[in-house]
Design a protein around this ligand. Sequence first.
Ligand code: AMP
Length: 412
Amino acid sequence: MTFNDFNFNEQLSEGLDSMGYKNPTVIQQMAIPVILEGKDIIACAQTGTGKTASYLLPVLNLIGPTPNHQISTLILAPTRELAQQIDQQVEGLAYFTEISSVAIFGGGDGMAYENQKRGLQNKVDIVIATPGRLIAFLSSGALKLNQLKYLVLDEADRMLDMGFQEDIMRIISYLPAKRQTLLFSATMPPKIRQLAKSILHDPEQVNIAISQPAEGINQQIYKVYDEQKTKLIVHLLKNGPYTSTIIFASTKEKVKALYKELKSTQINAKAFHSDMKQNEREEILLEFKNKQLPVIIGTDALSRGIDVEGIDLVINYDAPPDPEDYIHRIGRTARAATTGTAITLINERDQRKLKNIEELIDKPIAESVLPPELGEAPVFKAHNPNDKKRRWTGNKKRPNKGSRPQGQSKAN
Ligand code: AMP
């Protein structure tokens, strides 16, 4: 299947060419025809699969190249970063059309609100918004959506996890009942099905293998003591071939601590977390995207949404508590059919989480050997798939802080 099969208008095809998309991805092949037919859709697809373009392309084609600038499309997204990235894809794909879009999201100062408000007074066809900020515009009367034709909920599971359910229902009360609704979600828990039931009309369901990370990701684990984690990361960053790396940690305290430690080793890394001002976060993301910053450290908030090409290494400082977050984290590399490496550091407490991840991806993750200069690695009991309790039975001795090679006794 090629993009020609969809008969997109000429301007949109030009946009596709300029974005360098050659062939539709699996989710695009499945979702585009359904949306072009005017049907509601519930699609299960992770980021990294081309899901954004799988709804943008048909919607842009349905809007047509010369729209009347009455807001016809609303795209709801959980975070400002995702909203901005969707907006950038709209700008790229719709570049040769007269379609225009505005992204509105919370955070920032009064200026940001005023700028977004001004943006809405211009000719706009597509609004991309986070739910909280959108409500502010709707309830103040600054934004009217009574001409809306297309509603997209992107990363719906994340929106519900973030407590946006009520906001979403309130937003929907401002929209015409007759509209086409497209719901995209990385996971399909019962609460998403319930939401779909209440807001979609006779939807077509499209699923791609959600629990499988992209084929091009070389997944590895290292078994480590906590004291070895930073040393190993420094070793990988200093000795590996990697040019663009994301390091995930499960709390912002860990992000900040790791940032301090890496800074002291002259590694050019920056932390990204919710205590930072929005413009600081945007600046760091931009530097990372432009390859001026080789290493970024963040929490799972960074794993959704960040759409940066050419990330060749993802390091999990710890195993994420939710195995699906593992797939989101490592999905930051090997995007759209390229290759990349994902390395997860596993300590004693992370063993259960590792098992859950391996169950979700339905295969064991290869273990790499700790460089000898980092001391002895902990030894886990051999993994027996029938053994529910995968216990730590290894050497509980802390590793030698010096450079004692593996296997060499202290007496030597
Ligand atoms: P997404 O899953 O929407 O986050 O998209 C992942 C990445 O794939 C983004 O950088 C897109 O620009 C890119 N992409 C989307 N569709 C295609 C395609 N058909 N061919 C190549 N790259 C694509």
